[in-house]
Design a protein around this ligand. Structure first.
Ligand code: S3P
Length: 393
């Protein structure tokens, strides 16, 4: 299937590390990070960098710039300016950085010149690949040594890229050791299709009964817990041609279902490995038999929208009969007989994953849904609507 973008997490890491890749199918987030990384290279003055909607771009680039010892201002759109940045400013400051946040919490981020200590150790309380990678980027650009202990294992694309580029990186359980004194070998990286984009088609196939094979999809275990959940819900997943290129596994994927779709329970440990797919799981849950429970997912509240409260209010609009419970760290969905609202309007608040998840729900009920905003799709998947039309209309 043409038009599915390359993995946005990997591409943004490559852009910051100055690693070459084929950039034909990229999203707005990747464009913003590439432009910001280029602007950084070509400027000598205190530079102002606009990361648009990209939390990954902003957090990882902050780490990289701090490590360089340069000064810069990083800003983003309205949504990104409301997302928590103290989570990176705190460890970086402890390490020696001089960072000023707006209202002590948010972007714009002002980075002042500073020098990091040659060694740093950090225990990650929040399960976040962005915080981990921010610190690793700072170790790369400053040539320092870092030890990070994760509380839950999050996506490991940065670690894999550092290893691919002959960096001195070692993993022992939840501990990561990286020695930035050895320079990285610059290589061209082959980036697979973004699993988080492919997930919409797997879910759509399950809900509509169509079957599409999608080739060359990133199937890194720290990203694909969604596949395990689909299996638990009763789906069949076919994975072919598993191979590793540029230190990242990829395969061809197909999803189908023979029996009924069943509700599932998702708890803390696996959450970081399916964090971006939770809105889509909620959509599947709406058409499943039995209850679905998601807990240990408080991080959803800090994404492009508060993905717990917005998700639940949209599910209620979709099916007024649905029984929902909201928790600080998750939710419970008890789907009742489907009683669709006649005038279906969904609020995305500019959140691309909210939008795409409800488009998939619409395929099942074969009804057009009104959205407050559809342009946010470009954040991660510019050709989403073309592909949906091609595959399901
Ligand atoms: C990302 C990590 C995750 C994920 C985001 C991309 C990354 O965020 O939700 O879409 O590229 O490292 P957190 O690290 O904040 O959980």
């Amino acid at each position: 299937m043409r038009g599915i973008p390359i993995d946005k997490s990997i591409a943004q890491r490559c852009a910051i590390l100055g690693l070459d890749f084929d950039g034909k199918e990229i999203s707005e987030d990747v464009k913003h990070t590439m432009e910001a990384a280029n602007a950084l290279k070509s400027s000598r003055e205190d530079v102002e960098l606009d990361l648009g909607n990209s939390g990954t771009g902003m957090r990882l680039l902050t780490g990289y710039i701090v490590g360089l010892g340069e000064a810069a201002i990083l800003l983003g759109d309205t949504s990104l300016s409301k997302r928590p940045m103290k989570r990176i400013a705190d460890p970086l400051s402890e390490w020696g950085a001089k960072i000023e946040l707006t209202n002590n919490k948010f972007a714009p981020i002002k980075i002042n010149r500073s020098e990091l200590k040659p060694k740093f150790k950090y225990h990650l309380e929040i399960a976040s690949a962005q915080i981990k990678s921010c610190l690793l980027m700072a170790a790369v650009s400053s040539g320092s040594q870092i030890e990070i202990e994760e509380h839950l294992i999050s996506r490991d694309h940065t670690e894999r890229l550092l290893e691919e580029c002959d960096g001195l990186i070692k993993k022992e359980g939840k501990k990561i050791f990286f020695d930035g004194r050895k320079k990285l070998t610059k290589k061209k990286i082959d980036i697979p299709k973004d699993f988080s984009c492919v997930a919409y088609f797997l879910a759509a196939d399950i809900l509509t009964g169509r079957i599409n094979e999608i080739k060359n999809v990133g199937v890194n275990k720290t990203r694909t817990a969604f596949l395990d959940i689909l299996k638990e819900m009763g789906a069949k997943i076919e994975q072919k041609n598993l191979r590793i290129i540029s230190n990242e596994p990829r395969a061809d994927l197909k999803a189908s279902i023979a029996g009924p779709l069943k509700g599932v329970t998702i708890l803390g440990d696996m959450v970081p490995n399916l964090i971006d797919e939770i809105p889509l799981i909620a959509i599947l849950a709406m058409f499943a038999q039995g209850k679905t429970v998601v807990r240990g997912a408080k991080e959803l509240r800090y994404k492009e929208s508060d993905r717990i409260s917005l998700l639940l209010s949209n599910l209620k609009k979709f099916n007024p009969n649905i029984e929902l419970r909201e928790f600080e760290d998750g939710f419970e969905i008890n789907p009742k007989e489907h009683n669709m609202n006649k005038d279906l309007s969904i609020t995305t608040n500019g959140d691309h994953r909210m939008l795409m998840s409800f488009v998939i729900a619409g395929l099942r009920i074969n009804k057009t849904i009104n959205f407050d905003d559809t342009s946010c799709v470009d954040t991660s998947f510019p050709k989403f609507f073309n592909l949906i039309e091609k595959c399901y209309q």
